[in-house]
Design a protein around this ligand. Structure first.
Ligand code: ITT
Ligand code: MG
Length: 171
């Protein structure tokens, strides 16, 4: 089965491949650079979910895959500080989107301040950690959890939530 993923970020692609490896479904995963049609740095759950859905929809418009997947990273304000939020959408052609979210934590205030001033988390994390391509590797979550949970592990969890719901719908 052809599965199109609306990203070329290896942290996301690895998670999609690892997610389907846990199933009986034989897939070929096709990474596609498609627009999310939301801001580069989504700033609410709503905007982040929209980004994930748009990526999945735009995949299905771009090629003849049976399933489109969108994974989107964002942040959202809470009474306790700015939280990371990550959302995924799995769309089977002709069906409504299946949606699921990822693990969260509150960002240190020095990072949050920079995002509220319009910077993007990816570059801020590179600057803060003095490491390159953080968003494609461990991610902010990897750095601030001391490597306990990396960005691809977090997205793998999202993929399990999506694929599990997809299987449940088929039962
Ligand atoms: O190529 P794409 O698929 O766009 O992958 P991305 O890394 O840019 O990921 P998103 O667009 O989904 O994430 C939105 C923004 O948040 C950043 N971001 C999200 N989670 C992150 C994390 O864990 N570590 C570093 N940057 C992160 C990312 O760089 C973007 O600025
Ligand atoms: Mg991006």
């Amino acid at each position: 089965m052809k599965i199109a993923v609306g990203s070329t970020n290896p942290a996301k692609i690895n998670a999609v491949e690892a997610g389907f490896k846990l199933t009986e479904i034989d897939v070929s995963v096709i990474p596609l650079k498609v627009p999310s049609d939301v801001s580069e740095q989504p700033f609410s759950d709503e905007e982040t979910i929209k980004g994930a859905i748009h990526r999945a929809e735009n995949c299905l418009k771009a090629i003849d895959a049976q399933i489109g997947i969108g994974l989107e990273g964002g942040v959202t304000e809470t009474p306790f500080g700015l939280s990371i939020c990550n959302w995924g959408a799995l769309i089977e052609r002709g069906q409504p989107p299946i949606i699921g979210g990822g693990a969260r934590f509150i960002l240190p205030e020095e990072i949050a301040v920079r995002l509220r001033n319009g910077e993007e988390l990816g570059p801020v994390m590179e600057d803060f950690s003095q490491r390159e391509n953080v968003r494609k590797k461990e991610g902010a979550i990897g750095i601030f959890t001391n490597g306990k949970i990396t960005r691809d592990e977090m997205f793998l969890h999202v993929m399990k939530i999506l694929i599990g719901q997809y299987e449940y719908r088929k039962m």
